[in-house]
Design a protein around this ligand. Sequence first.
Ligand SMILES: N[C@@H](CCC(=O)N[C@@H](CS)C(=O)NCC(=O)O)C(=O)O
Length: 198
Amino acid sequence: MAGPTLQPVDVFTGKQFDAQFLKLGPMATVPVITDSDGPGGKSLTLFESDAIPLYLAEKTGKLLPKEVAAKYEAIEWMMVQMTTLGPMFGQHAHFMRFAPKGNDYSQSRYTTQVHRVLEVMDQRLSQKSWLGGAEYGIADIASFPWARNIPALLGAPAAEKYKNVMRWAGVIDQGRAVKKALATVDDVRAKTTQFDKA
Ligand SMILES: N[C@@H](CCC(=O)N[C@@H](CS)C(=O)NCC(=O)O)C(=O)O
């Protein structure tokens, strides 16, 4: 079976608004996946970064506990990423890096919100090995991309403060599949995005 193919979409040049892309991802955001071997052997396209690992966990039977209480514990922590970690970090990055000057209130608001969720995650990870519970799974996978960027986005003092989050992110960072994915991200970023130049 052929491996996945990657199709970068440069959101800094507006490619997410191309008509072809909007047919796949109507929210005009990445990521989007198309699984040519979806349910019933049909192709399935999905947008939203937390719907994607939920689907893949269900399809493969991996990375999400089967037992109902453990399953929903993992899902609730993934929803913390979906509703809070991702959106608050996203707004924080927007107002700190990209918005015009004069946004002190927004900068303060999203800085507070980011620290609040990191405090909760740090507390959780002082008690559990993984965000979702006893096993590594989709809550960890969904949250890691923001967590690994704490030093870059919030500075060294924040990385020092959230020791449990940084330790957990460091373990995930060493995974073979994660290393491979991050090398691909670096490659795509070097070729197609303005992010590091902003
Ligand atoms: N809730 C969405 C948010 C995704 C999102 O905002 N992606 C950014 C890139 S990291 C994007 O596509 N931005 C395009 C834009 O803002 O126009 C998800 O988790 O998939």
